[in-house]
Design a protein around this ligand. Sequence first.
Ligand code: AMP
Length: 311
Amino acid sequence: MLTFRTIKSLTQCLRGYRTSNLRVGFVPTMGFLHDGHRALIDESVARCDITVVSIFVNPAQFGPNEDLDRYPRALDADHELCRKAGVSMIFLPDASEIYPPGFQTTVEPGPGAEPLCGAVRPGHFRGVATVVAKLFNLVQPDVAFFGQKDFQQCAVIRQMVRDLNLPIEIVTVPTVREPDGLAMSSRNSYLGPSDRKRALCLSQGLLAAQRAYGEGERDSQRLIAIARAQITEADQLQYLELRDVGTLEAVQGMVERPAALCVAATIGQTRLIDNVLLTPPPKALSDRDLEVVSYAVARQVRPGAEGSRPS
Ligand code: AMP
């Protein structure tokens, strides 16, 4: 496994591989890797000849009062996880490598970046889209892997790839959960024991709604209410919304198309997000919907089992 800290060394090495027509998979991360990241890496290693993982805590996607300075880091453990997983290259740039003096140009995502996290974190998705576009240009992968856990991020990236004609396949990998259901996240490390217990109400609420959907409930307000009834421990519920997986529009009335029930809340000082998919059987889905949810649906053994690790 090779580690590169500079753009020059990374791109020089990749140029050599590209001439040999190998399929390059790319997994962008901010490090402090856990089994959720590992699922993305495993998928890339299974599908591609070369897997590149970037570890970069991107300042451009953090707001002024957010956790950029204290974002958890564990480079040695990250290296070990990547090595064991069969990663070919780690890209580990400094902020000055990605944003050199004089840097000016950004990618402005469209309306898909406005609701949900976009409303709570102004400028966040501009920072995400810009860094992902830059990393795509540097790595030039055939396939890039993102987690369903960041549902809106997946939608923003897919839209960017379509709008800018980037020749990259985007694969969305289902959310990996702790045994008790909490979605894995680097930020879970902020949670003390009592906050860790309280955080569980988020996944419990979402999974209860997903179960109700599986049992036939289609009324969007009732599904939201089922989740809301369990989310009693959040200090601040920032949003709990049902969104269409294709358009990201809020679902009103009955759920007739694939939807994601999305939550963001603070538990103590920690902001957490999570979501579950509410999707009919694959045969009822359009091609466009399948592109967004096929991986998740293919592994959705039963409602509530979305997070089980792919075998
Ligand atoms: P991050 O390091 O938090 O920026 O995440 C890097 C990638 O890993 C993103 O595509 C995330 O959606 C994905 N990811 C993070 N947590 C999980 C999880 N629990 N399950 C699946 N993917 C995840």
